[in-house]
Design a protein around this ligand. Structure first.
Ligand SMILES: Nc1ncnc2c1ncn2[C@@H]1O[C@H](COP(=O)(O)OP(=O)(O)OP(=O)(O)O)[C@@H](O)[C@H]1O
Ligand SMILES: [Mg+2]
Length: 1035
């Protein structure tokens, strides 16, 4: 409900207790009107549901809607018949308190529709339990049958219930409907024989004629034409387009329902026989015979009637034209006149139909009874639904209206007792102070009608039973006399005021009902109350072959019973009192139905018509009582749940006692001390304004709350997405890992295989060739080659070489050689011509001196150059060379020592080898001492030791040179090599290995050179004592 409070401007308030001016019916009705135009047909007055007939199908009764109201607090959702049903259903199931829902309102206001919705809700809400599905079906299927036999088209409602109905639904221990029981009240029998203009008889007649197949109609002697039958063509016989009046189809629905209810086929047939026989009965007419006695016209109808019911034709004729009276044991038969025959015929038709209707209800009851439902008041698990006529006020009101309005007075009594009691009890239970409310107690009117001996019913019965000429008017007189002083009884008398005399006619009386004044015309009261059926008719019926008729008209009724049966109104009073007892034993819920217009259209709200109903339903009284205390009450939990966002202390969750939470909110909103009360379990708010203020504050806060909810919700969605994503990532990841692991495993397996293969190859490497060792060896070779490739010496001077494995030794040797060759070649290729010439010199030196001269190795490290003249002689030597007398190209020049041939005195000299001559220059004077043509020198002699002695043989003919030249040349190997080069004669070198050798001097003399191997690192050349030149060669 709170959800709608903020919507009050558009759709009014959903609970009339929230109306500011609760005493004005204008305001109340305007609220209903506002809602009606918004297609909101339900409104509360506290717990009472007010329902306005929408006269159109609204999308508010779906399975979805049922779920919306399922197990919700009564006020949690907008008002609805489902909320009322759920509330009653839950109190029944959860608290084991028997419930009844009382639906009232005038004809066409929607009572029956609402009662069907209740049944629909109960069937759906009680869940699906296989074993009781058939019972639920049966309960639902009672409606089409009872509506076919008990409903009719009237000017006020196309499907008007012409009987009152109370239905108990029994529940088993699981809270599932397992049976039921129906009570019916006051079927409008008069409709059988007469209908007002544009009205119809009960639906079943039209359904049979429209929906029965040819064979059936033939069997029942019927024709498919309404106009042929007087009982059903009095009012409206035009085929209606109303879907509710699709008679042919409805006939099928009814027959199916009978099967569901398990009415045996034979009984169904007999039931239709009776329906047909009533139609035929209506077509029996009478003529006037001898002495004015009535005679039956022997038409088709009489035969059909007798035939179908299996009664002797003569008996039929007789019972309709004669009357037998039991006069103190003597049976006296007298003929009837024509009018009496018609009266008897109609009485029979009414009795037959009314009794068949009762039989039908009983038969349905037998089918839907369960062991628990047979005893009506014993069980607590019962939900009763009362669909009964509301107050009726017509232009002319008669006996039926008195019964109906009496029924409503009784219900109002019950309402007063239960509702006011309930309200007061609630305050008491909640510990709230309470000033009792003033209200009109209609007990006085109930007493006026039903009080023993003095009430209207007693007076009517008295008048019916008394001997003599009692008439409707004598009954009225009696009432006028006995009830004259009653404040609620008004009648026309000479003493009455003119207004009353004008208003209430002489054959009328007026009752001042709680809902308003109603005038009744006494015409027909006695007849209807006596409800007499002539004995002959009962007798004829009891002779019928139709077992239902036979059962309904037992012979005991006219043979045994001398006592007159109770009058109709006494029976009705008794059954009402019985009903009151049943209802009083239960907790009531109320649905008050209102019809918005007389036109049965959805777009018209007749304010005055509604005002009339609001008055007759006592809704303003209801509202006043409800508002006398507190307009609004709600359990602390529910109140806190809705309004907790209004205080920081209670939002988002209040941990403490809900009562304290509500108190915090009340303080926060500055509720006045008198505006509210804190009960034991509920908060009570006195005025609607206080609640509206609270609700407005809530609506303001709602955006804030909504944003929080939205944020949380978005967060939740994102988190869900994230978790989903994460999960899929993990799955993907684990798949990848699996694939990778499998791949790694395969790799490792492969590696293991290869290693094993390798090891095997290693182990068998020295054995006969096999697959493994072949590979291994190949690999070893490869590896060695790779290793080799990385550590190859890059200079031929580097003699390192990686150690080959056994399998590569041979190759290694080859490679080593090849590489050396390669390095050498590369070295060679890179040599400059100068360097090459220098090398050639070295090679030349090697070929001559290696192994021949001890000092040769010392000459290896340095390159041969062609100038060894010490620096301080350079300039003079250069100028010597440039002098024209020199005239040669210098091949080699060096400082040296010359030993005299005599005395071996050392003299410093410069030795120059030219391209043609040998020059010896004095190192002091730089004068040429010797110039000898190279080709004249036969050879030059060297010792084999490490000395630098060079003996240049001078041919003897060159006397002026005074014999061989004894020189000490510092780079002897270098010098000699240049010499060879200059002379191009390798043989010029002579290396002597003798320890002494001679040298020539001029004049044929010779000296001796003696060579010894010394221990020092330098050579000494001295003149020995022997006179020889002693050369002690360096090591
Ligand atoms: N809630 C509703 N939704 C749609 N149509 C409805 C509703 N209530 C009533 N009606 C319409 O109004 C018609 C009369 O309703 P219903 O038969 O329930 O009235 P009633 O109060 O039982 O009348 P009566 O006293 O004559 O039996 C229905 O046939 C239906 O067309
Ligand atoms: Mg009805």
């Amino acid at each position: 409900m709170e959800r709608e409070i903020y919507d009050r401007d558009r759709a009014g308030v959903s609970d009339a207790v929230l109306l500011e001016d609760y005493t004005s019916d204008d305001v109340f009705i305007a609220n209903l009107q506002k809602r009606f135009h918004e297609n909101i047909i339900y409104t509360y007055i506290g717990q009472v549901l007010v329902s306005v007939n929408p006269y159109k199908e609204l999308p508010i009764y779906s399975e979805q809607d049922i779920q919306t109201y399922r197990k919700k607090y009564f006020f949690e959702n907008p008002p609805h018949v489902f909320a009322t049903s759920d509330n009653a259903f839950r109190l029944l199931i959860e608290e084991n308190r028997s419930q009844c829902i009382l639906i009232s309102g005038e004809s066409g206001s929607g009572k029956t529709e609402n009662s069907k919705k209740i049944l629909q809700y109960i069937a759906a809400a009680s869940g699906h339990v296989e074993s009781v599905e058939s019972v639920k079906d049966k309960l639902l299927q009672t409606n089409p049958i009872l509506e076919a036999f008990g409903n009719a088209k009237t000017n006020r409602n196309n499907n008007s219930s012409r009987f009152g109905k109370y239905m108990d639904i029994n529940f088993n221990w699981q809270g599932v409907p397992d049976g039921g029981d129906i009570l019916n009240y006051l079927l409008e029998k008069s409709r059988i024989v007469h209908q007002n203009a544009n009205e119809r008889n009960f639906h079943i007649f039209y359904q049979l004629l429209s929906g029965g197949d040819e064979q059936l109609l033939e069997k029942l002697h019927l024709k498919r034409n309404f106009a042929d039958y007087s009982y059903i063509s009095g009012g409206d016989i035009l085929p209606s387009t109303d879907k509710n009046l699709d008679d042919a189809n409805n006939f099928k629905v009814v027959m199916n329902a009978m099967n569901t209810i398990e009415i045996p086929k034979e009984e169904q047939d007999e039931l239709l026989d009776i329906v047909a026989s009533v139609l035929h009965l209506g077509n029996i007419t009478f003529g006037v015979g001898e002495k004015g006695h009535s005679t039956v016209y022997e038409n088709e109808a009489v035969h059909a009637f007798a035939n179908i019911l299996g009664i002797e034709f003569d008996q039929v004729k007789k019972c309709l034209t004669h009357r037998t009276i039991d006069a103190h044991g003597d049976l006296v038969t007298s003929p009837l006149n024509r009018d009496q025959s018609f009266y008897a015929r109609d009485a029979l038709a009414k009795a037959m139909y009314a009794r068949v209707f009762d039989w039908l209800v009983e038969t349905i009851n037998k089918s839907i009874h369960t062991p628990t439902s047979t005893s009506r008041v014993k069980t607590n698990h019962v939900l009763g639904v009362l669909d009964i006529y509301g107050f009726e006020v017509f232009e002319t009101n008669t006996y039926e209206q008195l019964c109906i309005n009496f029924c409503n007075e009784k219900l109002q009594q019950l309402f007063i007792e239960l509702t006011l009691k309930q309200e007061q009890e609630e305050y008491l239970k909640e510990g709230i102070e309470w000033t009792p409310v003033e209200y009109f107690n209609n007990k006085i009117i109930c007493d006026l009608i039903e009080e023993k001996h003095v009430g209207i019913i007693s007076l009517l019965d008295e008048e019916c039973l008394r001997p003599g000429d009692a008439t409707d008017l004598t009954f009225l007189e009696k009432m006028n006399e006995r009830l004259a002083s009653h404040p609620h009884y008004i009648f026309n008398s000479s003493r009455a005021s003119l207004v009353i005399q004008k208003l209430v006619h002489r054959d009328e009386f007026q009752l001042r009902h709680y809902a308003g004044d109603v005038k009744y015309n006494v015409d027909g009261f006695l007849d209807k109350n006596s409800d007499l059926l002539f004995r002959d008719l009962k007798e004829a019926m009891s002779a019928s072959k139709n077992s239902i008729i036979k059962l309904l008209f037992p012979s005991s009724e006219f043979l045994l019973s001398r006592k007159r049966p109770d009058t109709a109104i006494t029976q009705f009073k008794n059954s009402l009192n019985n009903l009151m007892q049943i209802l009083a034993s239960k907790e009531p819920s109320y649905i008050r139905c209102i019809k918005p217009n007389q036109l049965q259209t959805s777009d018209n709200f007749d304010f005055e018509l509604v005002r009339h109903q609001v008055k007759y339903l006592g809704l303003m009284e209801n509202l006043r009582v409800r508002r006398a205390g507190f307009a609004y009450r709600r359990t602390y939990d529910a109140f806190l749940e809705r309004y907790k966002c209004l205080s920081k202390q209670t939002w988002p969750n209040f941990k403490g006692n809900p009562r304290d939470g509500v108190q915090i909110i009340a303080n926060e909103l500055n509720y006045g001390a008198d505006d509210y009360r804190m009960g034991k379990t509920k908060v009570f708010i006195r005025l609607p304004q206080t609640l509206f203020m609270t609700e407005d504050a809530f609506q303001l806060k709602k955006n804030y709350v909504a944003s929080i909810i939205q944020a949380r919700w978005k967060g939740k969605i994102q988190r869900r997405k994230y978790l989903e994503l994460r999960e899929s990532v993990i799955i993907t990841q684990s798949y990848c890992r699996r694939v990778l692991a499998k791949r790694r495993l395969a790799e490792r397996k492969g590696a293991v295989e290869r290693i094993r293969f390798f090891i095997k190859g290693f182990i068998t490497r020295n054995q006969a060739p096999n697959e493994c060792n072949a590979k291994f060896i190949q690999l070893v070779k490869q590896m060695w080659l790779i290793r080799l490739s990385k550590s190859l010496p890059n200079s031929f001077m580097n003699h390192s070489w990686p150690k080959p494995s056994a399998h590569c030794e041979e190759a290694s040797e080859h490679l080593k050689k090849m590489h050396l060759l390669y390095l050498a070649k590369r070295y060679r290729d890179r040599l400059t011509p100068e360097r090459k010439a220098a090398f050639d010199m070295k090679v030349l030196a090697e070929s001559v001196f290696k192994g021949a001269k001890r000092s040769y190795p010392k000459s290896i490290p340095h390159w041969f150059i062609n100038d060894r003249v010490v620096d301080h002689h350079q300039a003079q030597i250069k100028s010597f060379i440039k002098s024209p007398t020199f005239g040669e190209r210098v091949i080699y020049q060096t400082s040296c020592m010359k030993y005299d041939r005599r005395g071996y005195k050392p003299r410093e000299r410069i030795l120059i080898i030219g391209d043609k001559s040998l020059f010896l220059i004095d190192a002091k004077t730089y004068k040429q001492k010797h110039r000898i043509s190279l080709n004249k020198i036969p050879n030059i002699v060297l010792t084999k030791e490490g000395d630098n002695l060079l003996l240049v043989r001078i041919p003897l003919e060159l006397k002026k040179d005074k014999g061989d030249l004894i020189l000490d040349v510092p780079y002897i190997i270098e010098c000699c090599t240049w010499w060879i080069k200059a002379t191009n004669n390798i043989n010029i070198i002579q290396i002597t290995d003798s320890a002494t050798f001679s040298h020539n001097m001029t004049s044929g003399k010779s000296g001796v050179i003696q060579v010894e191997l010394g221990t020092a690192s330098i050579t000494t050349i001295t003149k020995a004592k022997s006179g020889n030149l002693l050369v002690i060669a360096a090591q």
